[in-house]
Write a protein that binds this ligand. Structure first.
Ligand code: ADP
Length: 544
């Protein structure tokens, strides 16, 4: 039967008309209710037709729009829409998806955005006589996009913060590892206690010093490491320290003791420093075992006492020896003078009257007696330097040296020596002894000459609290290995036939210099010869 129905033309036309109306109505109601704003404007941009969505922009009813301009109804958006509409009118070409943003009079606080498309309507002579506007509110989308962007920024920032955090965490971990390493490697015991005196942390050295395992110490009162009889006192000190914490050694002037797990006590040195952890106050104690130091101090004290005893003993026996030497040489002088004068008498009276042997023997006896006299004389001088008190007065060394040179006139002429005396100071000393010192050194410098005529120079320079003298010659010199020996009494480097002497002169020099508080030594002269150096305290000395 459907073929019959289709065959009825009347019925077909009516159905078609009804169908067209239905579809037009649907379009109109669709346009009226769509969320897109739709409208038609004439050439003067007056509203011809529009739907409720578009009308809602101005807030006026749809009917109130007809015949009124964009400018009148949407004054805030008109400056943006007008150029767009004009372009469509002038070109006759559609302009699609133009993004415009602005504020509506009804919601001035909120910026809104729309995508606007303009289509030319009813063109004539290539110009549009109207314009159809399609306005889509994209505020929500825009806001969502912005929200997404801001979220992304936040996420990125958060990532940065997290990265920075984990980096500083890594650094903190590394620092802690370093701290731990240092703590464990420290050569001293380190104990950290809280404000109640409870042990919070100890290092390896603490375990070794006190013989406890660290688990036996953590959480225990620090008094565990202190001899029992000192514990109460320590609690008082500890409380006092907490009230006024500062970095300082503990118990200055006190003998501090540590106590091991096995009860053994040992001397310690402790330095304390406060450690502020937030609101909590911790105290770090660095503990050093000073048993060895104490032992060394005891040994040092013993050694010093022994040395002092030995020095006193030595001084006493030296004094006795000097006294003996003095008495012996003094008492020997008289009989020796007799021996010498009688042997000389024998020589004078009997030379040539007995046989040749007798002459030779008498000669030896005279020689020996003379040498012995010289020796006794020198020994006496040496003893006197030690036993007689120093008579200290300001001594003009230049005058003393000139006097010595005058006394040595014969030896100087005989050897064609030149003796130069540099500027010498006036200094406090024993005039006789300083004269003896200059005399011995200058005489030696002339006596121990080489091929060339002796050249002797006496000079002095100020060095701090001392005057530094030098007696320089161009003679035979002294091998460095004998530099010490020559100052010892009776030590000679030559036989009597080479150079006469008793071996006492330099020992006397050393004794004089040391009694004055100075020092004497010898060095080779650059080139041939020897240079004797000695120092004497300057006190209120001045160069002339
Ligand atoms: P003496 O001159 O009576 O032997 P000294 O005590 O004065 O005794 O000197 C000790 C030794 O030091 C001398 O025997 C000599 O070998 C050496 N000596 C001293 N002065 C000099 C000098 N200026 N040059 C070289 N040798 C010297």
């Amino acid at each position: 039967m459907p073929s019959e129905a289709n065959a009825d033309p009347t019925r077909t036309d009516a159905a078609r008309e009804s169908h067209r109306r239905l579809s037009l109505g649907s379009v109109e109601s669709l346009l009226a209710t769509t969320s897109f704003g739709l409208g038609v404007l004439d050439q003067d941009l007056r509203f011809v037709q529009l739907n409720t969505t578009l009308a809602a922009l101005s807030g006026a009813p749809v009917a109130a729009h007809t015949g009124r301009t964009l400018q009148e109804l949407l004054p805030t958006l008109a400056p943006l829409l007008t150029p767009l509409c004009r372009q469509v009118l002038e070109t006759g070409a559609p302009l699609l998806d133009q993004n415009i943003c602005g504020r509506l009079p009804a919601q001035p606080a909120r910026e809104q955005c729309w995508l606007v498309s303009g289509y030319p309507a009813e063109t004539s002579a290539d110009r549009a006589v109207g314009i159809a506007l399609l306005v889509v509110d994209v505020t929500a989308r825009q806001e969502a996009t912005q929200a997404v962007a801001s979220l992304e920024t936040q996420v990125a920032e958060r990532r940065q913060v997290e990265e920075a955090l984990s980096q500083s965490l890594r650094q903190a971990e590394a620092a802690e590892a370093q701290f731990r390493g240092l703590l464990e490697a420290a050569p001293d015991g380190i104990v950290i206690v809280d404000h109640t005196g409870t042990i919070q942390l100890v290092n390896r050295m603490t375990e070794l010093l006190f013989g406890y395992n660290r688990n036996e110490l953590l959480g225990q009162p620090v008094e565990l490491l202190i001899p029992e009889q000192l514990r109460d006192q320590h609690v008082t000190h500890r409380t006092g320290y907490m009230a006024r914490p500062a970095t300082r050694p503990m118990g200055v002037g006190l003998e501090l003791l540590g106590r091991c797990k096995d009860g053994r006590e040992f001397p310690v040195e402790i330095s304390l420093s406060p450690l502020h952890m937030g609101t909590d106050l911790l105290v770090t104690a660095v503990i050093r075992d000073i048993s060895r130091r104490r032992q060394a101090e005891r040994e040092l004290r013993d050694t010093a006492a022994r040395l002092a005893r030995q020095t006193t003993e030595l001084a006493r026996s030296n004094a006795e020896l000097e006294q003996f030497a003095y008495v012996a040489s003094h008492d020997l002088q008289e009989p020796l003078r007799m021996v010498a004068s009688y042997t000389q008498l024998l020589a004078r009276r009997y030379r040539g009257r007995l046989d040749d042997d007798a002459d030779e023997f008498i000669g030896y006896a005279v020689d020996g007696a003379t040498r012995m006299q010289q020796l006794i004389q020198d020994l006496l001088t040496y003893s006197r330097v030690g036993t007689r008190g120093l008579h200290v007065e300001p001594v003009n060394c230049t005058a003393v040296a000139e006097r010595v040179v005058a006394d040595l006139h014969a030896a100087i002429t005989e050897s064609a020596a030149t003796v130069t005396i540099g500027p010498l100071p006036t200094l406090p000393g024993d005039r006789m002894q300083l004269g003896q010192l200059f005399q011995n050194l200058i005489a030696n410098a002339i006596k121990y000459h080489g091929e060339a005529p002796p050249e002797v120079a006496l000079a002095a320079t100020r060095e701090g609290q001392f005057w530094h003298f030098t007696v320089q010659d161009n003679g035979i010199g002294i091998a460095p290995e004998y530099a010490e020996r020559i100052f010892v009494i009776f030590q000679r480097l030559h036989t009597q036939t080479e150079y006469s002497g008793t071996g006492i002169g330099l020992a006397i020099c050393r004794k004089i210099v040391e009694r004055h508080g100075g020092r004497i030594w010898v060095e080779p002269t650059p080139g041939p010869g020897a240079t004797f150096h000695f120092t004497l305290p300057a006190e209120v000395a001045e160069t002339e």
